[in-house]
Design a binder for this molecule. Sequence first.
Ligand SMILES: [Zn+2]
Length: 449
Amino acid sequence: MKITFLGSAREVTGSCYLVESKQAKILVDCGMFQGSHLTSSKNFEDLRFQPADIDAVFLTHAHLDHSGRIPLLVKHGFRGQVYATPPTTKLASLVLEDAFKIMREDFEREARPMLYGEADIESALKLFRGVDYSRDVTIKDLTIRPRDAGHIFGSAFYEIREQNGGSAAFSGDLGNPNSYILKPTAQLGAVDALIIESTYGNRIHEDEKTRESKLKLAIERVIKKKGVLLIPAFAIERTQQLLYELNHLVENRLVPPVDIYLDSPLAIKATKVMREYPQYYDADALKLVSMGDDMFDFPGLKQTLTKDESKTINEAPRPKVIIAGAGMMNGGRILHHLVRYLGDPSTTLLIIGYQAEGTLGRQLYNRQPSVMVLQERITVKATVEGIGAYSAHADQNKLLDWISSAASLPKRVFCTHGDEGAAVALATRIKQDLSINADAPHFGESFEV
Ligand SMILES: [Zn+2]
């Protein structure tokens, strides 16, 4: 089979791989390129294949950088099926509808072009078919096996085998072993080639304990200063991980009482989806559920679904904690809170997720003294802090452990879905530690397995 890298090559976003066998053409993921705005101009470039020729898409998980261009495929003639786990199917529909709303706002405010229409999303969602972990799907001469990636709810990696040909695994995104609720990443089977994510290919996360104490300290600080704690969070997974931890801190009285606003319609809806699929929970989460605890709810938590509810947060007395999307601060309700509170020294901005280059989140994470938010220049007086351990991604050690515990070592590894430095660093360690031929492919490169 031939694999072509059509996204997330030496960058994090835009995941898209074309897999061609003697008889079949499939895609693994077709995600959005993201930059300073939700969509980057790269999304409008030629796809380099005819969508009508594609037999099927295998979606690893619901995040926009993996799912966001599926409606674009449909717009340009794709009529095959999109395979994903049942939770991914539900979450992807929320993610795509939310992205559409942000695109429309960007269009209305700044006349930024829209990638596709609402009808394309509707048509795309009709093509989704549910797959279960470890149940094979056959597309002509290809057999595709979904396995649990442990990254976000419903996430999968795929092992693909060609009849009388080679085999390859596509990791999608791999989970952080410190995550709550999710089951661990499944063991990698024996494949010839592995395409592996490298978001944190050059980093080691701090441990869970550090993470909890940093969160606790941040809450205590805003209470003392009567300030605002802003937590931009990815609506899917990161937010629920955070709610799980806050549930623990609040219900065990490890932090003083404080109002916590979940100001993200997408996160509120995604949390509902997660409640529907307890069969995807790990043992600890199941235990909490069986004891009657709602792990996503606790005293002081207020969910603001509508715009009017969201506006009530402005008038609410301090101290207060606001969790809002988008996680990389390139859209969503967090922008309004940043405009209001970034210039205030009693504010703490707690960054708990990966911030792609070019995003407002990355500028703030790099402690840029002033930033542009919603076309306003703001001098940052807030305290900015980062906690890496909330990452939904595996760090360098976990990535290496996962490869080395495979049923047998792959002969070839391609590191993708990482900034150039991260992808190259991971490839170097794979070569050194595991003696496997590894590198970081460039956009448009192909490889025969
Ligand atoms: Zn992801």
